[in-house]
Each structure stands twice: as C-alpha cells, then as structure tokens.
Design a binder for this molecule. Sequence first.
Ligand SMILES: O=c1ccn([C@@H]2O[C@H](COP(=O)(O)OP(=O)(O)O[C@H]3OC[C@@H](O)[C@H](O)[C@H]3O)[C@@H](O)[C@H]2O)c(=O)[nH]1
Length: 408
Amino acid sequence: FKSKAMLSLISCYKRMWPRSVKIILIIAVLAIIAVVAKHELTVEPLVNNSVISTILSRLNFLETENEQLKESISTLENTKKKYLDTKFLTENDRKRILVTGGAGFVGSHLVDKLMMMGHEVTVVDNFFTGRKRNVEHWIGHENFELIHHDVISPLFIEVDQIYHLACPASPPHYMYNPVKTIKTSSMGTMNMLGLAKRVRATMLLASTSEIYGDPEEHPQKETYWGHVNPIGPRACYDEGKRVAETMCYAYSSQDKVDVRVARIFNTFGPRMHMQDGRVVSNFILQSLQNEPITIYGNGEQTRSFQYVTDLVNGLIALMNSKVNTPVNIGNPEEHTISEFATLIRNLTKSKSEIVHKATPTDDPRKRKPDITKAKTSLGWEPVVELETGLKKTIAYFKAELEQESGNQ
Ligand SMILES: O=c1ccn([C@@H]2O[C@H](COP(=O)(O)OP(=O)(O)O[C@H]3OC[C@@H](O)[C@H](O)[C@H]3O)[C@@H](O)[C@H]2O)c(=O)[nH]1
C-alpha cells in the first residue's frame, strides 16, 4: 500500500508542475543543502593563530639549534688531534727514549724532533720551569707519554736512551732555590745514571758552558778545566753540573754505563719562558714593550748564541755517535751584550732606551765555544743565522704578549 501511495504522489507531482519550476525547485534544494553543508563543515579552528606562530617560531629555533650543533660537530671533527708528521719506524729501529725536563724550552724541541723521527718518547718533568703547553701537541699520541715526576726521586721504566736535561738553566731560576738546583744536578743525575745502568741505556747529560766558569782560556776547548768559584751564587749550577759530569765518568768506568756529555753554550728560541730572565728573552720582551733594555754592567762581556734547533741536532748527533767524552755544542759567533741589545732593538723597531745595571757576581766576562770536536767527530755545526733565529723568537714572544693581553 505504501509504495503504491508513493508512486501515485510522484505521478501527481509530475503532472502538477511544469518542467522549469521543477528545475528551479531542484536548484533551490541544492542551494539549501550547500548552505547547510558549509555551515556543518566550518568547524572552529582547533588552535588559534598565536599558538600556531609559537609552534612555528619554536620550529625555527630548533632548526637553528640543529644547524649550530651540526657546525660544532664538524668543527670538533676538524680540530681532532692532528699531530705533526711522524715517520714510521720498525720495532728494530724504534727506540724508547726518556727525556727528563722534556717539557722545558730545549727539552720540548728535542721531543718534537725525536717524535717526528718515529721514536717512542717519555717525558719526565716536575714543571718547575717546564710547561705542559710546550708538549701538549703530542698528548694522546701513541708514541708519547708525559710523566709528572721529579728526578730527585728514582724512576723505574724501561728505555734505550736517556736525554737528561732536567734542571733550571737560567741564572735567576737556578739561583732561586740553590739547594734544589744542586740536588737536581747531583741526585737527579745519580738517579738517571742508576736507571741507565739497570736497563743498559745510553745516557746523555745536558752539561753547560758554565762548567768553564769565568774562563781564562778563549775560546773554550773541551780540554779546558775551567775557572769556577765553588762558593759563589752560580756554584749551585756550575758546580752541580761539574759533579754531574764527574758522576757520568764514575758510572762509565765503574759500571760500564754508556755516557754522552754535551756542554751546551747559550741557546735561544721560541718556548723560552716569559720570565726566563736570560738576556735574549729579557731584551726581546723589553723591546717589544718599549721598556728600558737592561744591560748588566758595561755591556762589554761577550756571549755566543745558538738557535735551539741547532742544539737539538747536535744533541741527537752526539747521542747516536760513539763519542763518550764531553763535546761543546754551541755557535762560535761571538758578540758583546751591547751589540745584542742594539740588534734586538733594531729588529723589533723598538723605542726602548738602553740602561745599565750592576754586574751580577761572578758573571763570566767572555764565552765562545771551540767546536772543532763537534765538527770533526759528529759532523755537526750550527746552521741557523743569528738574525733568522732572533726573528723567529721575536715572533714567538709577540704572540705570547698578544695572548696575555687578550686574556686580561
Ligand atoms: O737582562 C739581562 C740579562 C742578562 N744580561 C747579561 O747577559 C749575559 C748573558 O746572561 P744570561 O743570563 O742570558 O746567560 P749566562 O751566559 O749568564 O748563563 C747561561 O749560560 C749558559 C747556559 O748553560 C745557561 O743557559 C745560562 O746559565 C750576562 O753577561 C748577563 O749579565 C744582561 O745584560 N741583561
């Protein structure tokens, strides 16, 4: 019945309305549906505009953070320890080398050279005048080891060679604690000779031109016995080194320890301590800061200065030679201290005035090595010109001063 009624209603509708009206009706119905649908579909935004902008800015921030992290990672990767080039040596050729005082001025240059040659290097230093900074570029390298130790106490390690450099070498430093200086030279050397005897290592003693004292022979040959005041302010160092040499030859004759003795003359170069107090570093620092250049005495006393890399080459040549008697390692080019003052002032283009101060007690009046023995028996002689070395040293101290002023 229901479907019948529906069919009759439709046919009645078909009959009642003309076609155009029907179309209009349909359009009207569709329009109503569209309006209703639009209303239904227009939902309130879930979040308002301020929340969206907060999220966007947060996203931006995270993106920037991400970029910065990526940058830091790549910087870290790039700054990952890059060591100076080291040669590869086979087990047979590679030596285990101990450098006492290896974080000091001369020691650290020697360590650089030995490491680059491919050896295993152990540095022992008490950091009285040495600094970690001087060797930090090797920390972490598989061939390198740094031990904080004072040679006054015995040391038990296994090595093939010992370069025994540990001892303050600048007059103000060694005079600062004379008892400690003489203990370092005597007990320190005895301990290193004991170590050399036990492990059958070759030991090189860093002796000094100061064992000649205020020399009466000029230039000084290794055969000269020296002119030393045994109770003066320098005695802790020069007598200390003289007894160290004596110990070397006592151990050599009695216990067959293989020894080398280098008599090192005045040396200069980068990594000298800012407060070293020796003439080259003093004059350079004073000139760079336009402070008065202090000449002790009349400036007529003489010294012969070698650049540190020349010394290092001489030490290595001596260690690897068969020469077990003392050898002078120095540059025979002699200058008065006044000449040094003028040269350094000119090289730094300084306005410093030159002033004179009292002569230190027992200050040697002249010094110049005779290096015939080093030339003939080691085939060694200095090659770095004084001015070339001074320019490098000046650049080093300039950078140190800049770093210091940047840190303040
Ligand atoms: O500011 C200064 C410093 C030093 N001097 C003088 O310059 C000369 C050299 O003095 P240094 O302190 O540099 O060195 P010295 O020659 O006295 O001792 C050095 O000898 C050889 C090494 O073993 C040591 O490094 C050190 O003991 C001395 O005559 C000294 O009196 C100055 O005129 N002005």
